[in-house]
Design a protein around this ligand. Sequence first.
Ligand SMILES: NC(=O)C1=CN([C@@H]2O[C@H](COP(=O)(O)OP(=O)(O)OC[C@H]3O[C@@H](n4cnc5c(N)ncnc54)[C@H](O)[C@@H]3O)[C@@H](O)[C@H]2O)C=CC1
Ligand SMILES: O=C1[C@@H](O)[C@H](O)[C@@H](O)[C@H](O)[C@H]1O
Length: 334
Amino acid sequence: MTVNVGVIGAGMIGADHVRRLSTIVSGAQVTAVTDIDADRAASVAAGVGARSLATGQEVIDAADVDAVLVTSWGPAHAESVLGAIAAGKPVFCEKPLATTAEDCHKIIDAETAHGRRLVQVGFMRRYDAGYRAMKQVIDSGEIGTPLMVHCAHRNPTVPERYHSEMATHDTAVHEIDTVRWLLGDEIVSAQVLTPRRTSHRFEHLQDPQIMLFETAEGARVDVEVFVNCQYGYDIQCEAVGETGTVRLPDPAAPVVRSAGRQSGPVLQDWKDRFAEAYDVEIQEWVDSVAAGAVSGPSSWDGYAAAMICDANVEALHTGEIVSTGLKDRPAFYA
Ligand SMILES: NC(=O)C1=CN([C@@H]2O[C@H](COP(=O)(O)OP(=O)(O)OC[C@H]3O[C@@H](n4cnc5c(N)ncnc54)[C@H](O)[C@@H]3O)[C@@H](O)[C@H]2O)C=CC1
Ligand SMILES: O=C1[C@@H](O)[C@H](O)[C@@H](O)[C@H](O)[C@H]1O
C-alpha cells in the first residue's frame, strides 16, 4: 500500500520532510501541499509532482490524502491536528503539538473520543540510533536503577528573535521528551539556574541556562542549554545508574593525527546531527499508518512536554522550584 500524504506548511522542515517522503522513505508519496505562502507551496509541490492547495482544510479533506503531515508554525498546529482527527486521518505533527497545554488537551480529548490513536508528535530523538542504544542499556538493567541524567544542548549561535523562553520551548523540549522516554518516568518539577551570561549573545537573552528536573521516581536531571557556544552543535547525554553509566555516543567522525595534534570535526547544524533520525522517524510513521496502528510519541507526550515547558518557563522567571502539575497518564496512552 502507498500512503498518500498531504503536507501543511512547506517551510524549512516541511520541504525537508517532503523530500524525505519522496526520495528516502518507502511506501509513501506526497499528493498535496499547502502553505500560507502560496508560491512556496506551489514550488515544493511541483518538485514532487503533487498538487498545491489553498488551505490546510482542503488538504485534510482531499480524497487523495490518507494521512496529514503538519509542519506549519507552532501556533497553527492545533487547528490542523484537530481537523485531521475530525476527518479520521492519521496526522504527524512536528513539535510542538500545540503552543498551549489547553490546546494539547483538546487534541487528547478529540483523539480519545475518536477511539484510537491518530496523532504522532515529531520528537525525532527517539529515532536516533545512539539514544535508542542508550535506552536499550537502561531497560536491560545493566546500569541499575537510573539516579541522574546529565544533558547538554549547545548550538553555535541563535538569531536575534530567539528569546529566553525559547531555550525551553524550542530547545530543551527535546531533552524533556527524551529523558521521559529514556527513563519511562515523569517529570514532576522544574527549576532554572541562570549562570553568568556569555558576551556572545543578544542583550535580551539569558544564555546559558541550567535546568534542573525531578522525576516521579526521584531521579534528578540537569540540562545545560547554551545556544551561543560558538564552537558547534553539540548534544550530550549521560545516564548514571546505581551500578554504571551510559553515555550518548558522539556522531562517528574521523580522528586526524597530524603535526603533533589529534583532532576531529564538531557538527555545526542540528539538521546534520539528526538527519538519519528524521529518516527513521518518518519511515516508521508511514509504516504505522499503512499498518493502521499509529505509534511513537503521542498526544499525551505532546501535552506532557507543554506542561513541563510551562513549569520551566515559570521557574525561569520566578527562580522557584515549580511543580509540573502532571496527572497520571490515561490508559488510552499506556
Ligand atoms: N523536530 C525538529 O527537530 C524540528 C522541528 N521544527 C518544528 O517544525 C515547525 C516548522 O518549523 P520550520 O520549518 O523551521 O519553520 P518555517 O518558518 O521554515 O516553516 C513554516 C512554514 O509554515 C507556513 N505556515 C505557517 N502557518 C501556516 C498555516 N496556518 N497553514 C499553512 N502554512 C502555514 C509558513 O508560511 C512557513 O512556510 C515548527 O513547529 C518547529 O518547531 C523545526 C525544526 C526542527
Ligand atoms: O528543533 C530544533 C531546533 O528548533 C533547535 O534550535 C535545535 O537546537 C534542535 O536541536 C532542533 O531539533
